[in-house]
Design a binder for this molecule. Structure first.
Ligand code: ADP
Ligand code: MG
Length: 252
């Protein structure tokens, strides 16, 4: 018991194996993902960057089980998604994945607490537990004092933090974010990416974030450069020298 134990190697939580995807429009068939193989690790924020149209959203949709592959496999938390039927896939997505979008996707009439509570009812939580989790998630993204406000009373950055709290409250193993900062200014964008990074570290979540914003690169554990449906680079960015204002490290 007293022996210092080595920190465990991060486990691979999400894999793409020779994934290809094409879309047909009219007589034209275009390949959007070319035989893509990738491993993602728990506890890491992986940023997928690349120009518009290179296949980032398609890759995210496939890795999260929202879309199927033409060939190849996605193995998420040890489960090959291609063998699941529609219902089993929906259950997998409900219990293990969270999603954050560019456009926040909030209900205009609900306050922040209600936005976060709502999807928790589908998980079968009691109302008391749903409220406890919703409050904790909103506090974690720094919105504790503003949880009674509706979207029209919140800034863009705050709205995106509500959307992150909503995904986080499900306690997902896999968290996907598609261009979560593109509707925000640079300072708010950095706050959002740092919150996603902190979620990966403190909850052991696999966080996959898509962005074409090069300013976010230094905030990730790993950056995949994508072009024309292929991953052309896979690197660990150099850490930032200065912390982003507005984000405090949780005390140990
Ligand atoms: N459902 C679809 N039907 C036809 N073409 C699609 C569909 N989804 C995406 N595409 C095409 O696939 C390519 C990649 O799209 P996408 O994955 O959205 O790229 P990104 O997110 O990098 O901008 C684009 O050329 C897009 O038009
Ligand atoms: Mg996209």
């Amino acid at each position: 018991m007293n022996q210092p134990s080595p920190s465990p190697a991060p486990s691979i939580s999400l894999q793409a194996r020779n994934v290809s995807k094409s879309f047909t429009s009219g007589a034209v068939r275009a390949t959007v993902l070319h035989d893509l193989t990738l491993d993602m690790r728990a506890g890491e924020l992986t940023l997928i960057s690349g120009p518009s149209g290179c296949g980032k959203s398609t890759l995210l949709a496939i890795l999260s089980g929202l879309q199927g592959t033409d060939s190849g496999h996605v193995i998420a938390l040890g489960q090959d998604l291609s063998v699941l039927d529609k219902r089993a896939l929906e259950r997998f997505r409900l219990h293990h994945t969270g999603f954050v979008f560019q456009g926040f996707n909030l209900f205009p009439a609900l306050n922040a607490l209600e936005q976060v509570e709502l999807p928790l009812s589908y998980l079968g939580l009691t109302p008391v537990e749903a409220r406890r989790r919703a409050r904790a998630s909103l506090e974690e993204v720094g919105l504790g004092p503003r949880m009674g406000l509706r979207p029209s009373e919140l800034s863009g950055g705050e709205k995106q933090r509500v959307a992150i709290a909503r995904a986080l409250a499900k306690e997902p193993d896999l968290l996907f974010a598609d261009e979560p900062t593109s509707a925000l200014d640079s300072a708010n964008g950095q706050i959002i990416i740092d919150i996603l990074h902190r979620i990966a570290r403190t909850h052991g979540t696999t966080v996959l974030c898509v962005s074409h914003d090069p300013r976010l690169v230094g905030h990730a554990d790993r950056v995949l450069g994508m072009e024309d449906g292929r991953i052309l680079s896979d690197r660990v960015p150099s850490p930032l020298s200065t912390p982003t204002p507005g984000i405090e490290e949780p005390s140990a």
